[in-house]
Each structure stands twice: as C-alpha cells, then as structure tokens.
Design a protein around this ligand. Structure first.
Ligand code: SF4
Length: 368
C-alpha cells in the first residue's frame, strides 16, 4: 500500500494532494473500471484544475451562492457547541442525550496536518467506543482504503454517540418542504453518508470493536420550509452501504495501473498534460457527466475515436470486447471477420442489422 505512494505523489508534480471526500468516493464507485479516474484520485490530482487547463472545465459544481448558503447554515447549526443540533436530536427525534461533550477535530493544537488529525480522531473514537465518553465529534478525519491505497476523507460530518452507538450526522443546505426533499438530493446525501459510515465501521474494526457499533441510521439535518430553521430526518443507508462495499471491491488496483504506465508520467500543467491524461485508459460513459470533473474531456476523446462507451454503458457492456463503433458496424455488415471471442457478438450484430434492414424496407413499403 505504501510502496506505490512515492510514485503516486510524483504524478501530481509540485501540486499538493487533494483529499477525497464522500462525494468523490461515491462518484468513483459509479465507474469502478475507469483506470484514469482511479489513478488521478488515488494520487490526489486536482481533476477540476486539470480539466480546466485542458479547456474542458467540469460541467457541474455548486454556485458560489449555494456554497455560501450551505456554509452559513452549517455554522448556524454548529454554533455554541452544536446547541441547535442538540435541541433537534432531543426534541424532534426524542433521543435521550443527557450530558454533552463536543470535540472539534478540524485543527489539532493549531496544526491542520492530516496525520495528526487522523491520530486524534482515532484516539477520541477509541475512547468513545471503550468508555462511552464523548458525544459529538465534529470534523473527524477518517481514512478508507481505495483501490489498495489509504485515502483521507475530508470531513464535513459529525460523529454522534448515543446509547453506545455512533451515528453520522450530515448537514445539508437543501430544503425539506412539508416533510419532503428533492429525492435526488436525498439519495446523494445517503450515498455520501454511507461512505462515512463505512469508514467509521472500518476504524471501529481496526480498534478491535464490533463494526456494528456504528449505526446504519444516519441523521440528515436540513433547513425546513424555506426558513433557516433546521430539521432532522433519520436515514437508513444499508442499501447504499451494500453498493459501496461491492463497488470498492471491484475498483482496479492502483499499483496494477501504475505498472503499465511510463515512469515519467506527470499531470502537471503544460503542453504535455493532454498526452499524459490520454496515456491512462478511460472508460467514458454518459453517466460520467454527473460525477466526474474530467467528463467533457473524456467525452470528446471517446467521440473522436468512436468509442462504444460514448453511446452508454449498457451498449458498451452489450458489445463487450468491441471498443469502437466502426468495428461494430463492420462486424454487423460482415466486412470484418470476427475473432473467435467475438463470434457470438458479431452474429448478434448481423442479426440486429438484418432486422433493421427488414424494418426499414417494411416502413418504405407501407409508405409507398
Ligand atoms: S469522466 Fe473520464 S476519468 Fe472520469 S470516470 Fe469518466 S471516463 Fe473516467
């Protein structure tokens, strides 16, 4: 795990590493076969900056207004040692939170270093699991193994201990109106919370405790009815946890990707950047547009080379082994003789082409 670390650091050039957060991990698991994304994320490369430098800025991102509003809401909920949050947990959710201790793990003795913060997180959570001491742990810095390498998780949640179990509290700025929130936003929050639950469970196991001491029930805190008044909703993230664990297990190992690449590869701004990025295999699919900063660059590349993935993941999977649209068309019209492993796919493509021709002929006949 650590043997690849110097090589990965080299890939960034002089740029500092970017931490993973729950959003990037949730998005990473959406395309587990993409070596490009896996490598860039494992190396902590700022994909947003790379995409901008290449002239393909990320097609998404929060507006400055939304970021400011989100930060203000979070600060309000966490003010005075999370006073408002505690009222919610006690009154709205009926939780028996008696004495409260609040630990902020964002900075340790004026030091924001990741190792130091992670060490303190481990120490306080170990104590919480052993003795029940501590209630609210703000900004815990967690780690999760991603494709054979430990990634730090940028914290934006609170770990909350009640009745001997730890829960994740996620504060989001989207509104809950009449008890309902935008389903897509709730689903994204559930996926992200599941990442933290998994990281906390693995930490509990490392510390010799039952991972089940970290609950699958997380608390989502949002503004209510267009006001700034917070409301809390319990969310069961078991389905998201199951998907996450399955996808993390499928991620291509980073050391295997690195082995196949030139030793001097680096993702630094400059004339060679596009070539460096293209040196790492990508698996573009239209779904990338919703979750990966490199999406516009990879889409352009996939279109330019006529990759089947540009048509959608299900088509690429159906055409397994046929990488380009030109090859698929040549197999369909019989101008290309298939290799043994593509014989079945080629037969299906020929059958589909025949059906299409028949349908077109019938349509023309009907119109005549
Ligand atoms: S956009 Fe590109 S780098 Fe990102 S997941 Fe898709 S193919 Fe991989």
């Amino acid at each position: 795990m650590t043997e690849t670390a110097p090589d990965l650091d080299r890939l960034r050039g002089d740029a500092p590493p970017r931490n993973h957060d729950a959003r990037t991990i949730a998005a990473l698991t959406a395309n587990p076969g993409c070596a490009r994304r896996g490598l860039m994320d494992a190396a902590g490369v700022d994909k947003d900056a790379v995409a901008r430098h290449l002239g393909f800025p990320a097609p998404f991102g929060q507006s400055q207004f939304a970021i400011t509003r989100g930060n203000a809401f979070e600060a309000q909920v966490k003010a005075d040692g999370c006073a408002e949050l505690l009222t919610l947990l006690r009154e709205r959710l009926g939780l028996d939170v008696a004495e409260v201790a609040y630990d902020d793990l964002e900075v340790v003795a004026g030091n924001e270093g990741r190792e130091l913060r992670h060490t303190r997180t481990r120490r306080l959570l170990a104590r919480a699991l052993e003795t029940g001491e501590g209630t609210l742990f703000d900004h815990p810095l967690l780690r999760l193994e991603i494709a054979g390498r430990l990634a730090y998780l940028e914290p934006d949640v609170i770990a909350f201990q009640v009745r001997g179990r730890l829960h994740v509290i996620e504060i989001k700025s989207f509104a809950v109106v009449d008890g309902q929130a935008e389903p897509e936003q709730v689903a994204a929050a559930a996926r992200q919370s599941a990442v933290y639950v998994l990281a906390l469970r693995r930490l509990a196991a490392e510390l010799g405790h039952d991972p089940g001491r970290v609950s699958h029930e997380v608390f989502l805190v949002c503004p209510e009815n267009f006001s700034n008044r917070p409301t809390a909703t319990p969310l069961d993230v078991r389905p998201q946890l199951a998907v996450l664990e399955r996808q993390l297990a499928r991620l291509t190992r980073v050391d295997a990707i690195l082995e196949a690449l030139p030793g001097d590869l680096v993702f630094e701004p400059g004339d060679a950047l596009a070539e460096s990025v293209r040196a790492v295999e990508a698996r573009y699919a239209p779904e990338c547009m919703a979750g990966c900063e490199m999406a516009l660059f990879c889409r352009d590349e996939a279109r330019a080379c006529g990759a089947t993935g540009a048509l959608g993941r299900s088509i690429r999977d159906d055409l397994g082994g046929v990488d380009t649209i030109a090859t698929a068309l040549a197999l369909a019209d019989g101008s290309l003789h298939p290799s043994d492993d593509l014989a079945e796919t080629a037969a299906q493509l020929r059958a589909a082409a025949r059906l299409r021709d028949e349908a077109l002929l019938a349509a023309r006949g009907g119109a005549a």
